[in-house]
Design a protein around this ligand. Sequence first.
Ligand SMILES: *[C@@H]1O[C@H](CO)[C@@H](O)[C@H](O)[C@H]1NC(C)=O
Length: 133
Amino acid sequence: MKFTITTSLLANAIAFSIAPNEVNAAPLSVLDVWDPTITSPVTGTVWVIGTEVNVTWSTDNIPPDGVSNGGHIYLAKEEDEIIPLSSNFDLVAADGSFTVTVPAVVPDNDYQIVLFGDSGNIGPSFSIVAPSS
Ligand SMILES: *[C@@H]1O[C@H](CO)[C@@H](O)[C@H](O)[C@H]1NC(C)=O
């Protein structure tokens, strides 16, 4: 798998994802770091701008005590663009699937999804295309 997202970009996304009203959340413990594998979109997936699509991930190994932070889904492209696709949601209750609307980005084949729970996870590159007219 090719990772094109830099650590600093992820750090920025993490900082962005923590709103001021969340800073008093319980400190993270080692036990609740859960890094689920993204199962959609994957290589070969094509999203059409303006449509609703599901981001899905493996629900194996959910920590028994839950996940202390909410989930966040971002769309990332190379090193210079990261777009939030979701507000804060309950990663465990979402049960491996969250519906998002494909934003009006420049069509290309090197988009990636970043799923944040307690830590970030990056999916493989996939394509976004314009709707056919
Ligand atoms: C997304 O998931 C929901 C719930 O499982 C399902 O009803 C819907 O058809 C899915 N949408 C797509 C585009 O797969």
